[in-house]
Design a protein around this ligand. Structure first.
Ligand code: PMP
Length: 443
């Protein structure tokens, strides 16, 4: 059967190709959407013989699966017709009531009405971008930034301008300088995107001292802050730092998620937003999905009500701390030629490769050596970052982490030999910078 459209009232659009007759018909914003060739490599990376230090998948075997199964069984048996029905566009009230208890742990004092439930915080990023960004508007984002956020900003044709972070998070002086320059150029800066706690991919946390300074600068330039905080409760030491939203009710959109502290499979996240923004978010969400999954929301509300969720988070923190220690210990042992961040929480460390190495061109060789990572280029909108890799320690056991780092160090060492002999480790095998859609391996 031919795939070429033949309906006389609808001639085939020009610019079609044999593989995709509709190629010429896509909206401009769809043209930037390409799966990275990294994805092909990650299909291999999922094989059991490969140690994947690439993915951001939480370790779900730590969950009390039997208890959760009982709670879900009870939910469907007793409230099945509600759980399986359409729900409210803003999200189930009983879950929103619980969410305000969770965000209170980070100093946020809000009302269930201030909360919009979303399909993961990924959808929250999409909705916020959809309601604020016209093509060409500027989003200021940390360098590096979460790959999935960059993909959303690109898909709405935002112009992404990076501002560096260091071991204390986003650098206020650099933010001020960038916003001053952009204002002088007459650019419309709409959003500042930050992951203040246990950053993905950099592993760093914005210091207490910097938080009000960043907010003051954003306020002065009239820029709305997106505080993306899926890891905030996964700190290894001490209490969580106050959320940016706890310091500024009107200038911050706070994004939370159950993906890392409970389970990503439910796909439930949320936004805490000022009143007027919240209304727009609900309208945008209704047009996208009508309502978030009632079954997922009520399952999570039941979990929060019937299980010791705070005790569970404590267990996760201990588990991830042990894995962080395994990774940092193995890096110190096997890779003295590199440097890395030492995260106080979350899932990731950000490794600076020895001079002259290119994380993209090295990746196929690493996968051949049965270890996978994410090249730093995935986390920049401008193609930089080839001198870094993100290593995640959330999923493999400590033993596998040590073995993965040992293999990784072997690849780095072979690569350094190549650089020494040839002056380069070779051209990138392919353009791996266009990570439009991260997929679970990169998340
Ligand atoms: N933001 C950040 C910083 C993340 O790391 C992730 C997932 N890796 C997300 C948002 C999306 O998470 P989810 O949609 O599962 O809530």
């Amino acid at each position: 059967m031919s795939t070429t459209p033949t309906h006389p009232a609808q001639p085939a659009p020009s610019g079609g190709t044999r593989l995709d007759p509709w190629f010429g018909a896509y909206a401009e914003r769809a043209h930037g959407m390409r799966a990275s060739e990294i994805r092909a490599l990650f299909a291999v990376a999922n094989r059991p013989e490969v140690v994947s230090l690439a993915g951001g998948m939480p370790y779900l075997e730590g969950l009390p699966l039997d208890t959760i199964a009982d709670a879900m069984q009870r939910l469907v048996a007793t409230r099945g017709t509600t759980a399986l029905q359409y729900g409210s566009g803003q999200g189930a009230e009983e879950l929103r009531e619980r969410i305000i208890d969770i965000v209170r742990l980070e100093g946020i004092d809000c009302h269930p009405d201030d909360v919009v439930v979303t399909t993961g915080s990924q959808q929250a990023l999409d909705l916020v971008t959809r309601i604020f960004i016209d093509p060409g508007d500027v989003v200021v984002a940390e360098a590096p930034s979460y790959v999935g956020a960059l993909g959303v900003f690109r898909s709405y044709q935002a112009d992404i301008v990076h501002v560096p972070l260091d071991e204390h998070g986003l650098v206020p002086e650099a933010l001020e300088e960038t916003l001053t320059r952009l204002a002088a150029e007459g650019r419309r800066v709409k959003l500042l995107y930050t992951v203040p706690n246990f950053h993905n991919p950099a592993g760093v946390t914005m210091s207490l001292e910097r938080r009000p300074r960043i907010l003051e600068i954003a306020q002065r330039f009239g820029v709305l802050v997106i505080e993306d905080n899926p890891y905030g409760l996964l700190g290894f030491d001490g209490d969580p730092l106050p959320a940016l939203r706890s310091l500024d009710d009107d200038g911050v959109l706070y994004l939370g998620s159950f993906s890392k502290t409970f389970a990503p499979g439910y796909r439930v996240g949320w936004v805490v937003a000022p009143h007027a923004v919240r209304e727009k978010l609900v309208l945008a969400s209704e047009s996208a999905i009508l309502c978030p999954s009632n079954a997922s929301q009520l399952a999570i509300a039941t979990y929060l009500e019937t299980c010791d969720w705070q005790g569970q988070i404590k267990q996760f923190r201990e588990l991830y701390r042990e894995r962080r220690d395994a990774m940092i210990g193995a890096l110190s042992e096997h890779l003295p030629s590199a440097s890395w961040t030492v995260p106080d929480g979350g899932f990731y460390t950000w490794v600076k490769l020895p001079d002259g190495l290119d994380a993209r061109s090295m990746l196929p060789r690493a996968v051949t050596a049965r270890v996978a990572y994410v090249p730093g280029t995935a986390f920049y909108a401008d193609g930089s970052g080839a001198d870094h890799v993100r290593l995640s320690y959330c999923f493999p056991t400590p033993e596998r982490i040590r073995e993965g780092v040992r293999r990784f160090a072997g690849v780095v060492s072979a690569e350094r030999d190549l650089v020494e002999i040839f002056g380069t480790s070779g051209a990138p095998d392919s353009d791996l910078t266009d990570v439009e859609n991260p997929g679970p391996n990169l998340a």
